[in-house]
Design a protein around this ligand. Structure first.
Ligand code: IVH
Length: 788
């Protein structure tokens, strides 16, 4: 803080700067500084306010965190009632509305699009949230209220103050001393997703849609909860005001914007009802890509003088109308749940619904994703459910109408046998590795264990294998695949390459030319790139990107086939679970046979190469140790071990004392490490991983230079007595090359004493202090271990 400036001045300056950034960010949508800078200003303000609590005001941007919880909301009477809107669903209803407006205004009828006759309308999206009233007195936000029944609402002042894009103080000038702003508080789709993810993580119940989430968040008695929710305001009008406002609706909204209130970016002027219809269509097309949910658009007569002339009917203005989009949510009955078997055997519950029209399409099925989702929804067969269909997405079940559950509703059970092949259905397991232990929990996926013996999986596997981004066999559609499988002509992808002319000709709908074309397309697919081939195999969790990565990093099918899981995890974005899927796929006898057959039947992989340097560069010894999943050895411990010992062999050979000397490697970890490598199978496995990494191009030498130190750095050694195979100086030089200091006297800090024949007092001192002692043989083998 510059000394000339007082704390009060600096606080005021920070507040206006933060308010200005908020305005650019929330209202103008043009952030002026990076988030980090904003955060710094905010932190500075918060720190200053902590030092000077007497300078904290309710309007400080730091005060949006929400104060004390209320026992109940107070009531607020709306002096200007909060009205609702009439709806138009069909184009004709909108044309009727426009006709009524023109009649009401005593304008000549005639060509709707003719100049001079048409009415000017403002056009805005109809946001799907909650209506609020915000009262500003002398530019200060003094009250926030819900709509309630339109005449009396609830006082939610404490809550609206936490909404980031609602200005606590108006900016600019010219605002009326009393100004009641009206608008919608809503949640963006992204905010809603994030909130629901958080809810689920915390074991809470997710919200059905952004509207419910916004309503639930705003009607919290504890404003701190509201503050934690991603709410936003969009202002769409004015209630009470005691001063001059512009004489058009759009003019008023622009004035609000100038005073710091966010308005819709989609606000437009339409000249005549024809342009309103254009707007309706344009927004309808944009609906899926808008960051928030809308359920229609709102048209308002733009001139306020005309609005006054038209007035109200019952609780609706005659000068405004909502033109609704087809609803995306409907309710219907869940008739049953069927289980579909996917390519990898995953069994997916699919809801069979009483057919219902949703957004113009008949919906009779909806996905239920998996059994966790079924449990989360608490859905039973016979329930009345809420179905949603948005854009091109598969219809979804959002929830259950609990009150309508019939007495004979039945729970949803996973079949014990695959509905297609009768094989057992197994529940996947999730293996979590924590410190020193492994916990196995039930996964949410059930799988048919039948693999390619299951017709459903076989068909899906073939459909995937021939698809455009995989082997790209033109003209081999799903129906043909079904026939090939049903007739027993194809039992694996390799069988495609053994199909004969007669077999294809015998299929439904095939004649001479189509047969030749299909066989030609199959023949033409025989030279895929390695990446395409790997992708085509349909390894669980291996999409196109992972397939490309495997091909690029390992370069050859043989290497991918033999790669150990730990080695695979060196590839970016390949976690242990995927690595195990890949490894076990290639270990499976049946899969190996199919791959062998594919190669025998003429598949020639293109672009197999020597190892790509990308792989070599990512490997380190510390990673390897961490990946072996030795209890209590995580990345930092692994780094210290790698830095100290420099090679896997040295670590395998290290005894308990050697290990205990590694800085901050505790007893449990040292013991776990010893136990691990004392098991010959594990030691052999670690060596195999290391050997494979070397074979695949990992640079162990560069690793040692990269590592924090040399194997003996930080250690102090003492030489005493005579050495037979080398001179003292030579021994000293070799130790120093490994990073050790060589000293002439023994102390408690000495790491090791090398004692040859004739050693005297130094040896005695070492044994007195418990310092480790080795003879020349042990010394020589240590040097060898450390590569010195
Ligand atoms: S104007 C007198 N404009 O729709 C006019 N309302 O069905 C009153 N809404 O309660 C409302 N977006 O919650 C208006 N751009 C918009 C709107 C909008 C959403 C909601 C509002 C209102 C309801 C009326």
């Amino acid at each position: 803080m510059p000394s000339a400036q007082t704390a009060a001045e600096r606080i005021a300056a920070l507040r206006s700067e933060i308010d200005a950034h908020n305005y650019r960010y929330y209202v103008l949508d043009e952030p002026s500084v990076p988030d980090a800078e904003y955060d710094r200003l905010f932190q500075e303000l918060r720190a200053l306010e902590a030092e000077h609590p007497e300078l904290v005001t309710p309007e400080s941007p730091t005060q949006r965190v929400g104060g004390e919880a209320l026992a109940a909301f107070g009531q607020v009477r709306h002096e200007v009632p909060m009205l609702s809107l009439g709806n138009a669903f069909e184009e004709q209803e909108l044309l009727d509305f426009d006709r009524r407006v023109r009649e009401g205004l005593d304008l000549p009828a005639g060509d709707l699009f003719a100049e001079g006759v048409s009415i000017e309308y403002s056009c805005e999206p109809k946001l799907d949230g909650l209506a609020v009233s915000l009262l500003y007195e002398n530019g200060h936000l003094v009250r926030g209220a819900t709509r309630g029944d339109g005449s009396v609402g609830e006082d939610i002042t404490a809550n609206v103050r936490t909404v980031r894009n609602i200005p606590l103080r108006l900016q600019g000038e010219g605002w009326p001393p009393v100004l009641e702003v009206r608008g919608e508080i809503y949640m963006t789709k992204a905010g809603f997703e994030a909130l629901n993810a958080r809810q689920l993580e915390a074991g809470g119940k997710p919200f059905a849609n952004p509207r419910n989430a916004a309503a639930g968040s705003l009607r919290q008695l504890d404003p701190r909860i509201t503050a934690s929710r991603p709410l936003e305001l969009c202002a769409y009008g004015v209630g009470r005001s005691d001063g001059g406002l512009p004489d058009t609706h759009i003019g008023i909204l622009n004035a609000l914007r100038g005073w710091g209130l966010p308005i819709s970016r989609e606000l437009r002027l339409a000249r005549g009802v024809g342009e309103c219809l254009d707007y309706y269509r344009a927004i309808g097309e944009k609906r899926d890509s808008l960051p928030y949910e809308i359920d229609g658009v709102v048209f308002k007569v733009n001139a306020t003088a005309q609005q006054r002339e038209l007035g109200f009917r019952a609780r609706e203005p005659r000068w405004a109308i909502a033109h609704k989009f087809p609803a995306r949510e409907e309710i219907t009955e869940l008739l049953g749940v069927e289980f579909q078997v996917g390519r990898t055997g995953a069994i997916t519950p699919v809801a069979r619904l009483r057919p219902v029209q949703v957004a113009g399409v008949t919906v009779s099925n909806a996905t239920l994703h998996n059994m966790d989702e079924v449990a989360r929804l608490g859905v039973m067969i016979g329930d009345t459910v809420i179905v949603r269909r948005a854009g091109d997405v598969i219809p979804q079940i959002l929830g259950v109408v609990a009150e309508r559950r019939p007495a004979d509703a039945r729970p949803v059970h996973v079949p014990e046998q695959c509905p297609v092949c009768g094989s057992d259905v197994e529940r996947t397991q999730l293996v979590k590795r924590g410190k020193g232990r492994e916990t196995i929990s039930e996964g949410s996926i059930y799988r048919c264990v039948g693999r390619l013996a299951c017709q459903a999986q076989l068909k899906q596997a073939i459909i995937h294998f021939v698809s455009r981004r995989a082997m790209d066999i033109d003209g081999l559609g799903d129906k043909i695949v079904e026939q090939l499988v049903d007739r027993g002509l194809v039992n694996s992808p390799a069988d495609l390459y053994a199909l004969t002319h007669e077999q294809v000709l015998g299929l439904e709908g095939f004649a001479e030319i189509s047969t030749r074309n299909l066989l030609g397309a199959i023949g033409a697919s025989k030279r895929p790139t390695l990446a395409r081939f790997i992708y085509a195999l349909g390894i669980p969790d291996v999409g196109e990107e992972t397939a490309k990565l495997l091909a690029r990093a390992l370069g050859a099918l043989a290497r991918i086939q033999e790669a150990l899981p730990e080695v695979l995890t060196y590839l970016p974005d390949v976690g242990l679970e995927v690595a195990h899927e890949i490894h076990s796929f290639f270990q499976d006898d049946h899969n190996r046979q199919v791959i062998r057959q594919l190669l025998e039947r003429g598949i020639e992989l293109q672009g197999e190469t020597e190892l790509h340097p990308e792989f070599a560069a990512t490997a380190t010894l510390a990673d390897l140790l961490a990946k072996l999943n030795i209890p209590f050895i995580a990345s930092t411990g692994a780094q210290r071990l790698a830095a100290r010992f420099g090679s896997l062999e040295a670590i395998i050979a290290a005894d308990w004392l050697d290990l205990r000397q590694v800085e901050r490697l505790n007893e449990k970890a040292a013991r776990a490490l010893r136990d691990y490598f004392d098991n010959p199978e594990q030691a052999a496995y670690a060596r195999a991983v290391e050997a494979q990494l070397r074979a695949f191009g990992m640079h162990w030498e560069s690793e040692r230079k990269v590592a924090a130190g040399l194997p003996l750095s930080g250690q102090t050694w003492v030489l005493t007595g005579t050495l037979e195979t080398m001179t003292r100086d030579e021994a000293k030089a070799r130790l120093e090359a490994l990073g050790a200091k060589v000293s002439g006297s023994v102390s408690a800090k000495t790491s090791c004493v090398v004692a040859g024949p004739g050693a005297g007092s130094k040896l005695a001192k070492a044994s007195e202090l418990g310092v480790r002692v080795m003879d020349e043989d042990a010394f020589l083998s240590a040097l060898q271990t450390f590569g010195g």
